[in-house]
Ligand binder design. Structure first.
Ligand code: XLS
Ligand code: CA
Ligand code: CA
Length: 439
């Protein structure tokens, strides 16, 4: 079979002393940490769109990426070659999962029927390759934002024809995801949002979005798809105001429309930053609501106000992310999906390897540090001590619902000389740095 990345052999773990740029220094898939292998903790996934289909195109210029599978003239031949290349890449990178949009796999046809036929051909190739290699589908999704027909949204479009078209696409994407044994199905709200309220019926759009999700849940039941549904929040881009703004608004939306039993969240680091939150905040809030399902593992640039989708290299961030993920009891059936792209200037195929190595090592190291933090419990102990007032006396009565304003006012009148303790933020940050720097 044609080899697409002849310059790279399988990327292996060589340990932290290694200077080999095509080796892992921290990611050792079989290493057991807290009773589970690193591979099982991290469940890394390749994003088909950035890694295989992306070209490096941006607002100011055409594609710059050299991708050996693109040197063919027929778009379907390119799509087929790309499928083989993606499995060679996952094999060489030791990445067990992948994720895709329907349109990443094959070009859109001139009719919906032709689009389905194109995608089906590639799905059959993927199915064979999955059987041969044991690679798995973390999640599938449908791209309901690229084509001009989605200019006003998909499920939130003012046009019921677009709503129906989007339903047909999601129906098919669910069938494909099911056929390939996908463990989750993601909805990222593409153009589900608005530019101005001057032309928008927000109430109808939100109601329709919920109707669309209920239809997806019903259809999944009908075909026996048992995967986890996920919503991926993002506050802006492409629309000025995306309906799935952040974790808090998605949870509110799901509860309003009786969807909370069927959905969890897919949290992306860069989207958290765009919403003015830390990655840890979004993970934490989803976790304490029992809704942390999966992660798009990337990072943004703090100086830029848009979605740069960079490979995560910030160990401080990956440590705190893995801290939340460990406290969540892991992510399965979710995983860490590299929704990340190499910079436009990193145009050679080998750069795809450097990008993934950077991200995989940063999360592997974060996992090790977070595990030690939880093992010693230094941070957790501080927090439980800080709130220990709620485990006895008047605090316990508050928690147990045994007192109201009357009783609390009586208590306060007798206890108005209040003593507080320090929050010790700087000390805690020093402790965290100690764990990071000693690793
Ligand atoms: C875009 C999103 C998108 C989703 C999948 O910003 O990150 O790539 O993850 O549709
Ligand atoms: Ca994403
Ligand atoms: Ca993104």
């Amino acid at each position: 079979m044609r080899e697409f990345f002849p310059e790279v052999k399988r990327v292996e773990f060589e340990g932290r002393q290694s200077k080999n740029p095509l080796a892992f220094r921290y990611y050792d898939p079989g290493q057991v940490i807290g009773g589970k292998t690193m591979a099982d903790h991290l469940r890394f996934s390749m994003a088909y769109w950035h890694t295989m289909t992306g070209t490096g195109k941006d607002m100011f210029g055409s594609g710059s990426a050299e991708r050996p599978w693109n040197n063919l003239s027929d778009p379907m031949d390119i799509a087929k070659a790309r499928a083989y290349a993606s499995f060679e890449f996952m094999e060489k990178m030791q990445i067990p999962f992948f994720c895709f949009h329907d349109t990443d796999l094959a070009p859109e046809g001139s009719s919906l029927r032709e689009t389905f036929r194109n995608v089906d051909q590639i799905v059959q190739i993927l199915k064979d390759l999955m059987a041969q290699t044991g690679k798995k589908l973390l999640w599938g999704t449908s791209n309901l934002f690229d084509h001009p027909r989605f200019m006003h949204g998909a499920a939130t479009s003012p046009s019921p024809q677009v709503f129906a078209y989007a339903a047909a696409r999601v129906k098919r994407a669910l069938e494909i995801t099911h056929e390939l044994g996908g463990e989750n199905y993601v909805f990222w709200g593409g153009r589900e949002g608005y530019e101005t309220l001057l032309n928008t019926d927000m109430k109808l759009e939100l109601d329709n979005l919920a109707r669309f999700f209920h239809m997806a849940v019903d259809y999944a039941k009908e075909i026996g798809f048992k995967g986890q549904f996920l919503i991926e929040p993002k506050p802006k881009e492409p629309t000025k105001h995306q309906y799935d703004f952040d974790t808090a608004s998605v949870i509110g939306f799901l509860r309003t429309y009786g969807l909370e039993k069927y959905f969890k969240l897919n949290i992306e680091a860069n989207h958290a930053t765009l919403a003015g939150h830390t990655f840890q905040h979004e993970l934490h809030l989803a976790r304490i609501n029992g809704m942390l399902g999966s992660v798009d593992a990337n990072q943004g640039d703090e100086l830029l106000g848009w979605d740069t989708d960079q490979y995560a290299t910030n160990v401080y961030m990956t440590t705190l992310a893995m801290y939340e993920i460990l406290k969540n009891g892991g992510l399965a059936p979710g995983g860490l999906n590299f929704d990340a792209k190499v910079r436009r200037g990193s145009f050679e195929p080998v750069d795809l390897f450097y990008g993934h190595i950077a991200g995989m090592d940063a999360f592997a190291l974060g996992l090790k540090i977070a595990h030690r933090l939880l093992e010693t419990g230094e941070l957790e102990q501080f927090v439980s001590e800080r709130y220990s007032g709620y485990t006895t006396g008047i605090g316990l009565k508050i928690v147990n619902g045994e007192v109201g304003f009357k009783e609390l006012a009586e208590y306060a009148l007798e206890n108005d000389q209040i003593k507080l303790t320090s929050g010790r933020q700087e000390l805690l940050e020093t402790i965290l740095n100690r764990y990071i720097l000693e690793s």
